[in-house]
Structures are given as C-alpha cells and as structure tokens.
Design a protein around this ligand. Sequence first.
Ligand SMILES: [Zn+2]
Length: 78
Amino acid sequence: MPAWRKLRLSVLKEEPLCRECAKKGRLTPATQVDQIDGDVVNLARENLQPLCQSCHSRKTSRENDHPNAVLERPMPED
Ligand SMILES: [Zn+2]
C-alpha cells in the first residue's frame, strides 16, 4: 500500500469525524485527509486533518482561488 494511503487511513482511524464540521458542532464522518498548509509534500501528522467531502472541496477551491496564498503567508516564528 502506498505510504500516503496508509497515512490517510491511520488519520481517519484516529479522527473519524470531519474537523471543520466538529468546530461548528456537527458530527460528519470524514472521508478526506487534508494537508492543513496546502503543501502536498508535507505529510507530517500535525499537518493532516480529516475533512468530509464538502469541507474538503470548499477548502481546496479557496486555495485554488489564491494561488499565491502560500507566498503571502508569514514565516513561522521559530
Ligand atoms: Zn465537514
């Protein structure tokens, strides 16, 4: 099994509910694992969050609207 798929399954096992929906008090099963910073090569566990299909597509369309967003983001403090 490819490493990414394995990682994705372990995230969904740890957190089976969509994190965005949970913030709004909704309990929606997560089907997607998203890279929080939008960086597809950053597979650190803290950069991965479970999302449902609708939250995931909303987030990715927002990222695609602003292709330079990653460049505008301030550098981490440390
Ligand atoms: Zn959701």
